[in-house]
Design a protein around this ligand. Structure first.
Ligand SMILES: [Zn+2]
Length: 123
């Protein structure tokens, strides 16, 4: 057997055998892959939840009968809005940037006010 100085990527024990080995055995390999999937999955779930929550908050402040509404930052934050997360941006010809959470978006106005909009189907 050739000794191998690299540690197992899962449990950290020194590996023995072929130099291209990354894990002691299938158990360590599965463990490692599951941990990776778990962590990624959790992060993605958290982000998706934040985006969905943002979208629902925007929807809740924009009456179905209106095209736009105004809300201040305090109100949005109190509802749990997270400005860190949005799905896409839309820049108008004048240079205003709308931030969207799926089909609802906002345009930052002066003094921590926001214009809340629904994405039109044309865009
Ligand atoms: Zn191992």
């Amino acid at each position: 057997m050739i000794s191998n100085s690299k540690p197992c990527m899962s449990c950290g024990k020194p590996l023995r055998g072929r130099s291209d080995k990354k894990f002691c055995d299938d158990y360590c390999r599965n463990n490692y892959n599951n941990q990776l999937k778990g962590a990624d999955g959790k992060l993605m779930r958290n982000i998706n939840n934040a985006l969905r929550k943002n979208r629902n908050i925007l929807q809740s402040v924009l009456p179905a009968t209106e095209d736009t509404a105004k809300a201040n930052k305090e109100k949005l934050v109190a509802k749990g809005f997270s400005f860190k997360y949005f799905t896409h941006q839309y820049q108008t010809k004048k240079g205003s940037i709308y931030y969207y959470c799926y089909d609802f978006g906002y345009l930052p106005l002066d003094n921590d006010w926001f214009l809340i909009v629904r994405q039109s189907e044309k865009e």
